[in-house]
Write a protein that binds this ligand. Structure first.
Ligand SMILES: [Zn+2]
Length: 447
């Protein structure tokens, strides 16, 4: 990339909010023109008495029907592809945790210009660039994580070690011997690697050179990040990143060195992906400081664009979304992902998100932050017992009983609910290389 292109990239990041909105407006109009050529999209807009060309007026966007999983499933196997299939360079798929994975096409430009630029911007925001050696620990295959990071690492001119998830014993050796300075990895897996390294007699704080990491695939609490940072070399910064396959990759949010301490992320690619944060029931935009669901519209993507895709991810809009000392005023700040509307548990009339339980576990001294589970026991359709299982670290000062008592007390006082708590020895519960499955339902007849 030449100096000219670098300059224009930097100036896009420093745009005022009004300029970002104007940029989005122009792109919405051309998106409308592109979608007008697709029978599927015309039918979708017609549900609200609109046509794709109406996007030329930004206010029309609020009237466009949102996109749900069921809309995509009806158009199986290539929903809203929007370009001739022979121009698709490759497909990525959603994880398909509920039902069949959904395939999203990417043209050559979608991968090599758009995605590369978006992930590159994320890596530059956390200070990864030429001279960095990056341990790329996200998975490959049809999952977009690993391939997306490959593009970003190319864009910033760093050196890629595309290891992917797993191979823990080898990985901890390589982190030391190869002198990696950056990493893109699941935070849970990094915690496990630290543990493996220590058991091999290594001290990650002293023996590793890591100074920055982007952590995605899973949203973790501030306490978890603090523990990671404390175990790694002095000055190491753990940055949360956030994205989805539907948005075109892990490209929506990242913290900057200034927002890191407040655990807030910039919606860093809002010039290419328009984000609404809305009340999940009324679909009206929330105000600063309020929580809502992220709804996205891809402005530049050629194959498989989405318009008002409901991510189901709940997030808090910052109290001061346009006020970061880094200068990215046009790119609002959001808190970490609170949970998915799909993950919401309703227990004896009380609404509960797994992330709330995680915050309590992470804040309890002596627990393993990466290993915990919620078990729901259904004896019949009515009665539900919830059990939280945690692990006590080998060297913890608190006893297993004290840990149990503390979590019982906190869940009761903070969440207003009485749960069962089990405290196991370190290593008893499952570890996850990527996304953790925290909630298990056990029914009376098969357990
Ligand atoms: Zn910032």
């Amino acid at each position: 990339m030449g100096a000219r292109a670098q300059m224009s990239e930097a100036s896009i990041e420093m745009l005022e909010r009004d300029d970002v909105l104007a940029l989005q407006q122009g792109k919405l109009a051309s998106l409308g023109k592109r979608l007008a050529g697709s029978r599927e999209w015309r039918a979708h807009f017609a549900r609200a008495g609109l046509k794709p060309e109406d996007l030329a007026d930004r206010h029309a966007l609020e009237a466009v029907p949102t996109l749900e999983k069921s809309d995509l499933r009806e158009l199986y196997p290539f929903p809203f592809l929007t370009v001739p299939s022979d121009t698709v360079q490759r497909f990525f798929a959603t994880s398909g945790t509920t039902g069949l994975p959904i395939l999203f096409g990417f043209t050559e430009r979608d991968v090599e210009v758009l995605l590369r630029g978006q992930v590159g911007r994320i890596l530059r925001a956390v200070g990864i660039g030429p001279g960095d050696r990056v341990y790329q620990g996200y998975g490959y295959g049809t999952w977009i994580g690993g391939s997306a990071l490959d593009e970003g690492i190319k864009a910033v001119g760093a050196t890629n070690f595309p290891i992917g998830p797993g191979r823990g014993e080898l990985a901890v050796r390589w982190v030391a011997d190869h002198g990696y300075t950056g990493c893109s990895i699941s935070p849970l897996w990094m915690m496990t690697l630290i543990d493996i390294a220590r058991r091999q007699g290594m001290d990650p704080k002293r023996d590793w050179k890591l100074r920055v990491g982007v952590f995605g695939g899973q949203s973790v609490s501030k306490a978890f990040k603090d523990e990671l940072e404390a175990a790694l070399p002095d000055g190491f910064m753990a940055h949360n990143i956030y994205g989805t396959t539907e948005a075109g990759g892990p490209i929506l949010g990242v913290s900057c060195p200034y927002s890191h301490e407040r655990d807030e992320m910039h919606l860093i690619n809002e010039d290419t992906v328009l984000t609404e944060i809305v009340d999940p029931d009324t679909l009206k935009p929330v105000s600063p400081g309020e929580s809502g669901e992220i709804v996205i519209t891809t402005l530049d993507k050629e194959a498989s664009p989405v318009v008002r895709w409901r991510t189901r991810d709940l997030v808090r809009l910052s109290e001061r979304p346009h006020d970061c000392p880094c200068g990215r005023k046009g790119y609002p700040l959001i808190g970490r992902i609170i949970g998915r509307t799909d993950d919401m548990l309703k227990v004896r009339g009380v609404i509960l998100y797994p992330s709330q339980v995680e915050d309590i576990i992470a804040g309890t001294p002596g627990t393993a932050k990466e290993a915990w589970q919620i078990y729901i026991d259904r004896e019949d359709r009515v009665l539900e017992e919830i059990t939280v299982a945690v692990e006590r670290r080998r060297n913890a000062e608190l006893t297993a009983d004290q840990i149990r008592e503390s979590i019982l007390r906190e869940t009761h006082s903070r969440l207003g609910i009485r749960l069962n708590v089990e405290c196991h020895d370190e290593g008893a519960l499952p570890r996850y290389e990527a996304k953790a499955q925290r909630v298990h339902v056990r029914t009376g007849d098969n357990s």
